[in-house]
Design a protein around this ligand. Sequence first.
Ligand code: CUK
Ligand code: CUA
Length: 635
Amino acid sequence: MSDQDHEERQDGEATSQGRRNFMKGTVAVGAGVVAAGALGVREGGFGNPFAASAAHAASKQGGLDPHVPPGKLDPYYGFWSGGQSGEIRILGVPSMRELMRIPVVNRDSATGWGRDDWSKQLLGGRDSGDTHHVHLSYTDGTYDGRYVYVNDKSNARLARVRCDIMEVDAITDIPNSQGTHGIFPQRHKTGLVLCNAEFRTPLPNDGRDLDDPKKYGAMHTAIDGETMEVKWQVLIEGNLDLCATDYEGKYSFACCYNSEEAVTLEGMMAADRDWLYVFNIPAIEKAVKAGKTIKVGKSDVPVVDARGANGPYVQRVPVPKSPHGVNIDPTGKYAVCSGKLSPTVTVVDIGKLADVFAGKIKPRDAVVAEPEVGLGPLHTAFDGRGNAYTSIFIDSVVTKWNIAKAIEAFNDESVDPILQKLDVNYQIGHINGSMSETKDADGNWLIALCKFSKDRFLPVGPLHPENDQLIDMSGDKMKLVHDGPAYPEPHDCVVLNRDLLHPSKVNPRTGSRYEYYEKLAKEDGINLMAGSQVIQKGKGKVRVYMVSVAPAYSLTEFRVKSGDEVQVIQTNLDGVEDLSHGFCMSNHDVNMVVNPRATNSVTFTAGDPGVYWYYCPWFCHALHLEMRGRMIVEA
Ligand code: CUK
Ligand code: CUA
């Protein structure tokens, strides 16, 4: 989308747009005021119970307005992982309206993802997955609007979505890994994406050490965020749960809840202390360059063996009992490790890690705070005003605490860093705030991803929706403003300012999908954008090229033999916004979308002799139902 289009899109919002531009140009106003202007904050307050107090009224008039009326657009995009649904969802925030689903490692009947030829070869024959963590690519500590990365825990893969077309363009298999869980891109530039293996296995996992869990290990893997190639791995003895990166490209982090190296629940919970692993990326890359690596199994990826003791590549910061999430605050100064089985969060001063690696101080000396936040802390978000918001699973609350006060409290018990505990419904997992994972955290909206919804919605059978709750975090006190049912099971979300994304309205025909189709077309001497052709590709194989322009296919009839392998390659010539077509072949389990100016294809075996109608499944025109043709199958 061009900038001009982007401006036009906002036309319906003349007032707020005008105010935005005005605010942008007013250097003197504070960041909080700019954000409030952009959000169209209602003057006079939004029923904030604290608005009546004079002291509070002075600090903040009312709350934010979560209502986005018909015809207006949300100020934020949210990207949600879909968990075992294997997808990513795009929501508008604060309306919490689901805007789109991006199929990733699932099969999706609507778009044909997992069934069409292009996605099928990307997925390598698998069409189920488990997406947990979505993160966008960064430049200079904030989102650059280029890519979304997401892990597939179930099949140890990293997928990438292109933000211009919101479609997956690459999926990378991660060697020597099971349960790829935490991932995080580097934040100084679109560099590496670090991926943690949560499950310890024998390495190589080739039948050796089956019954000797002490010899199991796990990999911290670096994938190039541009090429999606696996660059290197670090072999570690403990398991690796959540992942984080600093803002400078020096360190990556992983929480380890199984320093015991156990294989049973009791065993994994035995120790009072586990670790935050800190990986020294420049040192690891130096070792890789110098060839100080090993090869593990069939993979050629260089592996740095960092098992056992602290050293130049990895330091282990002891943290209480089975930590889960690790999050970096927007100043880049602190890594916050949530205790899970300990009621505490551990704050590590990233500035002290150089001394830890230099051997000048002990790893534990980098810990500067450990406030008690409640039972079952899992993840932490930030508001950019020095406060942290930790999700507390067992207590079903969000605990707001102040980082500076927590550091004070570490040496002075009289200081209480806890500011508020807000009930959420129920059993919260992840939490995230608007721009929270960037240096531009703006402290407006907080999302609580609750695992259980229990009584919050009309009952719909034994399987319950999750409850993604919207919290106004702009004031001194958090305020719950919306319950959002979600199909199972989002794990994490990120929320970013809408100005950071500029999706295309029609397909730009660039990238790996188009290389794939241009290659086919070249092989057959075809112009994908022109006309139709039925090509016999040797015995029993037929390729059918066609184009579509509303409301017609260029080909309304083709003939094949029963049992032929038929590949239909369709290009949508319509360059009009919102004019998708598609191809559905009756009784052949074939259905795909073809978006404006896109090419897609599907391969199937022609059934018994007879006539089979194919049709356009997307309502595209008054004559949409007439947009069809016949496949004539001869004996
Ligand atoms: S994990 Cu789900 S609540 Cu996969 Cu990010 Cu913490
Ligand atoms: Cu094309 Cu319906």
